[in-house]
Design a protein around this ligand. Structure first.
Ligand code: 4UU
Length: 552
């Protein structure tokens, strides 16, 4: 009952570092098995200014930064936190860390000071790269009593703000040095951790997911076989997905670089800047999340731009329904929509389809990628299910994470006997090997592709002086093509004005969490949170309740 990918080729699995894989040194033994695109190829384009940077420059600047970081005393295996919106400087910080063997831990730019601090402390970051606009949030985070001390030279600005030419902190270019020495790479080193992205997994708070060099390079090899959308010399890719999330990190920042396709880097999704970037840079392919399709579908500005260059988009990170796909393709007949699926823990893509498959398999996530093995397991019986039957999706393969950072308990809970990683998603496979996600059995909520761990909001709500108990679930919004976090709360004392109290709680939470975690699905008052005898919140009951309310 183990499902294997049905591709003719299984990729060779690289044993080098991610950096050597991306920028092979022809003289080195451990160099990349992947054919090396030209150093003169444009790798990234700043979507706001039009500034271009070639592959050669990306590698060269990364080596300079790596040398500078070493002279600051940073060592291989140390962790560097990259905290900012997408930019060419973000690329330099991440690539520079990689060239120095420093683990890249990207922080979400929407984080509150508390959330940033959680990641800095948990990841044991030794250096922080920060976008100047986020410096106040970072400084607030580092002013909390339990915050670690960072000397000034371990906080590096991604760029120098023009209005503050001589601030307290250095910027990337001021750290650069010319004394780069390549890392010595021995067999076995490929299992070292390369990235620490944060995910809540199936339960609890955000945890560091240890993605090794081998995890990432195997994933890119697999993508280069299964995900053949991008052609050098023809394609230009839209880079709006946050590089700090595994989807942006792997599929936007890394993979196009290995095929020599330029990525237009924009700080974030914003309708007008995306439309004008498509026109200006003749973008051909975009990686998106479902809410982006909704915005474009209803946009009044589309006709003002020449979007004729773009031939398709791939959606992922949240369910994309058949209806939305069809509505989108009706409105934009020249565009094809495909879907992929994955998790931070699988580096991430496990399922994907080509543009032509997208047409005939709307609403599905595609076929299993090369290098992965999958099983669909019935949660109750623990037995594998047959075609057409729903089961929890389990994976094994070289891109499945090493484990959760410094969290042996969460790691052991995430894997079943035999090394199978349990996703917490329920899927069905048809007789042709195409999968559909039909349910989610883990706690996770996804707001526009961003993770919202219910446990985190519940813990916060319990600190509210007027709340006795709380549970948080996601409710589906058809209009926005996303889930919205909703809280069910039990007030400590009877509340006379329900709406007023609900609004108060909503505002109180909004002040304390990042934007994507706000209780946009509302706050409902209940008498008691439904729980199992062992005290576990019965989210299924709450979901059923929410569904009934929506229907009524
Ligand atoms: C229904 O979201 C991601 C990674 C997504 C991704 C990346 C590259 C998708 C396609 C691609 O090409 O990672 P996380 O860790 O933030 O969230 C993982 C969870 C999954 O367990 C699932 O519940 O996000 C949900 N998810 C999806 N659900 C991800 N993709 C899909 C999807 N349909 N297509």
């Amino acid at each position: 009952k183990i499902h294997l990918p049905g591709y003719d080729t299984e990729p060779a699995l690289p044993r080098c570092s991610v950096f050597d894989y991306l920028f092979p040194d022809p003289t080195s033994e451990s160099s990349s098995p992947y054919p090396c695109p030209d150093a003169r190829d444009v790798a990234y384009i700043d979507g706001l200014t039009g500034r271009e940077i070639t592959r050669g420059e990306v590698a060269d600047q990364a080596k300079r930064l790596a040398a500078g970081l070493r002279s600051l005393g940073l060592k291989r295996g140390d962790v560097g936190c990259v905290y900012g919106m997408n930019s060419l400087e973000w690329v330099n910080a991440a690539m520079g860390c990689q060239a120095a063997g420093i683990v890249v831990s990207p922080a979400n730019y929407g984080y509150t000071p508390e959330e940033v601090l959680h990641q800095i402390v948990d990841s044991t970051a030794k250096v922080i790269f920060v976008q100047p606009a986020l410096l106040p949030t970072l400084q607030k985070a580092l002013s909390f009593p339990h915050a670690p001390k960072f000397p000034d030279n371990r906080i590096i600005l991604l760029c120098r703000p023009p209005d503050k030419p001589d601030g307290r902190f250095k910027c990337l270019e001021e750290v650069w040095s010319d004394r780069y020495e390549p890392l010595r790479w021995r067999r076995g080193d490929e299992t070292a951790t390369a990235f620490l992205c944060y995910s809540s997994g199936t339960t609890g708070r955000a945890k560091g997911v240890e993605t090794s060099h081998h995890n990432m390079t195997s994933q890119i090899q697999a993508l280069n076989i299964a995900y053949t959308q991008l052609r050098k010399g023809q394609d230009v890719c839209l880079g709006i997905l946050p590089f700090g999330h595994i989807y942006g990190l792997t599929v936007v920042l890394h993979q196009p670089l290995t095929v020599g396709v330029p990525v237009v880097v924009l700080p974030r999704f914003e309708e007008i800047s995306v439309l004008s970037a498509i026109q200006r840079f003749k973008i051909t392919w975009a990686l998106v999340v479902p809410p982006v399709l909704i915005v474009l579908l209803h946009s009044k500005n589309v006709s003002k731009y020449d979007l004729s260059s773009i031939r398709g988009m791939q959606s992922g990170a949240a369910p994309l329904g058949k209806d939305l796909t069809e509505a989108f393709e009706r409105r934009f007949p020249s565009m094809k929509i495909t879907q992929g699926y994955g998790l931070t823990e699988t580096s991430p893509v496990t399922h994907v389809m080509t543009a032509s498959e997208g047409q005939s398999h709307r609403g599905q996530i595609g076929r299993l990628m090369p290098t992965f093995q999958a099983r669909l397991v019935d949660a109750e019986t623990g037995k594998d299910v047959g075609p057409g039957e729903a089961g929890e999706l389990w994976f094994r393969g070289p891109s499945v994470m090493k484990g959760y950072w410094k969290n042996a308990e969460a790691t052991s809970n995430a894997f079943a006997h035999g090394g199978w990683f349990k996703t917490g998603d329920v899927a069905v496979v048809d007789e042709h090997g195409y999968y559909s996600i039909v349910d989610r059995v883990k706690e996770l909520i996804k707001y526009k592709g961003f993770q919202v761990p219910p446990a985190e909001l519940e813990a916060l709500l319990l600190t509210h002086p007027k709340i006795a108990d709380a549970a948080v679930i996601g409710i589906h919004s058809h209009e926005q093509a996303t889930e919205l976090p909703r809280a069910y709360v039990v007030p400590l004392t009877p509340v006379s004005e329900h709406t007023e109290f609900a609004d108060e709680v909503m505002r109180w939470v909004a002040e304390k969490v990042s934007n994507h975690k706000r209780l946009r699905g509302g706050v409902c008052l209940i008498k008691a949170v439904p729980k199992s005898p062992s005290g576990k919140i019965l989210r299924k009951d709450l979901r059923a309740m929410a569904k009934k309310e929506q229907e009524d």
